[in-house]
Design a protein around this ligand. Structure first.
Ligand SMILES: Cc1cc2nc3c(=O)[nH]c(=O)nc-3n(C[C@H](O)[C@H](O)[C@H](O)COP(=O)(O)OP(=O)(O)OC[C@H]3O[C@@H](n4cnc5c(N)ncnc54)[C@H](O)[C@@H]3O)c2cc1C
Length: 407
């Protein structure tokens, strides 16, 4: 039988799929990366936007930063635009509970970095252009099967791409997951997230802020043109709100929205002086019942999507990338064929438990802070105050959130 066209086809060129491709670029495996559109490089991404900040940003943990350094894209990101945050302030909008994290108390220079999605994908594309990985601009419309099982994907123009292993990184509504008949446990949070860039009267002080309200959390994530900008006043906001409130907020004009936002944020950074275009995204939690079928593996949002309240979504996806890449390299070194299910079983064993734990923690947070029950209000304020005063517990929480517990 003729060998397949590729050892691996990766479907989806978002942050997770593109990272997966780059992580495997030096393995000498024949790899194709497929997506309906391929982002241009980072320079084009900035030019196209007139240098405005991307409304979609992520808070990257130390573990994700380490992966990006390994992939060689961190220096480029740092040179263009990343904003380190050195403090995190989280408080209960309905009570007096609060918790503060400080990088200097943990002996590190930053708790994490806020980076625009578009720049990350742009840097990954620039690097991928220097590798032998084939980039194919096309939509996948089905899976193809051979006598031995799943054997690649069919493109929308009818072209088949035969591969020993297909990696689905095609996002939260993954078509490949559906094609393979992999079920999901899914529930809507009944909330939408409003995201945009705002300017405030006062500097954000390199702090990531989050106020919990019964209607959903409001986060201000610091942005800066340069890491050491003297008085940075731009923030990316993620306002997760019950659907009816989100619709009301979206209907306001910019000036009225700015006033509501400043008051929702208790004027911690003074007035909101400017608001860019707002986007509203429905929030749905999904978790695939399995991360693989023989010949197909799910990674990133295709395997799990999670409430943005703790900024963990893509960080979990990048941990999937590391785990699956390690299993692929291990198999290759041992001469194990990439369609051997044991590779994917080991990957699933490593990642599913951790992803589920993080998702369960986020769900508990959301429910705890979404309740107006006075007993729960008392309990969560006591819990926040205790966690804030117990340095061992606080350090453990911080290390988990920074992705350091896995190093
Ligand atoms: C409001 C909000 C705030 C967030 N904040 C954070 C944060 O602070 N920190 C964090 O870690 N995460 C955060 N997240 C989560 C993070 O954005 C996602 O986890 C991440 O974008 C998922 O990346 P991905 O590459 O898996 O999927 P996607 O970015 O969705 O990429 C999917 C890719 O698949 C391609 N594709 C789709 N269908 C097909 C097909 N049929 N054929 C071929 N290609 C296809 C698409 O074109 C795209 O290239 C946030 C999410 C939201 C909504």
């Amino acid at each position: 039988m003729a060998p397949p066209d590729y050892d691996i086809v990766i479907v989806g060129a978002g942050m997770v799929g593109a990272s997966m491709a780059l992580r495997l670029a030096d393995t000498n495996l024949r790899i194709a990366l497929v997506a309906p559109s391929m982002a241009e490089g980072a320079t084009a991404a900035l030019k196209e936007s007139g240098e405005a900040f991307d409304p979609r940003v992520v808070a990257l943990t130390a573990a994700s930063r380490r992966l990006f350094s390994q992939l060689g894209i961190w220096p480029g990101l740092e040179q263009r635009r990343v904003c380190p945050y050195r403090n995190m302030h989280v408080w209960d909008g309905e009570g007096a509970g609060k918790i503060d994290f400080r990088a200097d108390e943990l002996g590190c220079d930053a708790l994490g970095h806020i980076v625009e999605n578009r720049l990350i994908v742009g840097e990954l594309m620039d690097k991928l252009a220097q590798t032998p990985i084939e980039r194919i601009t096309a939509q996948v419309k089905g899976l193809i099967y051979s006598e031995s099982g799943l054997g690649g994907v069919a493109l929308s123009d009818g072209r088949p791409l035969h591969a020993r292993l297909t990696i689905a990184a095609d996002g939260a509504t993954s078509a490949l997951r559906d094609f393979a008949g992999i079920g999901v446990r899914e529930w809507s949070y009944g909330q939408s997230a409003i995201v945009t860039t705002v300017s405030t009267e006062q500097s954000h002080g390199h702090t990531a802020w989050q106020r919990f309200m019964a209607t959903g959390p409001l986060a201000f994530l610091p942005l800066c043109e340069r890491p050491e900008e003297p008085n940075p006043c731009n923030s990316s906001i993620v306002w997760s709100a019950d659907e009816s409130l989100a619709a009301q907020l979206m209907a306001l004009d910019d000036a009225a929205f700015a006033r509501r936002l400043a008051s929702g944020f208790e004027h911690r950074l003074g007035a909101v002086t400017q608001v860019a275009k707002r986007y509203c995204l429905p929030l749905v939690q999904r978790h695939a019942k399995t991360y693989f079928k023989p010949g197909l593996s799910l990674i990133g949002d295709a395997a799990h999507s999670i409430h943005p309240l703790a900024g963990q979504g893509v960080n979990l996806g990048l941990l999937d990338v590391q785990a699956l890449a390690q299993e692929i390299v291990r198999a290759k070194n041992r001469g194990i064929s990439l369609d051997d299910a044991s590779i994917l079983r080991r990957y699933e064993r490593e990642r599913m438990g951790h992803n589920l734990t993080m998702m369960a923690a986020m769900e508990s947070f959301k429910r705890l802070f979404g309740s107006r029950d006075l007993r729960l209000l008392w309990l969560r304020n006591c819990a926040l105050r205790s966690a804030d005063s117990l340095s061992v517990l606080k350090n453990t929480l911080a290390r988990e959130a920074m992705g350091l517990s896995l190093s």
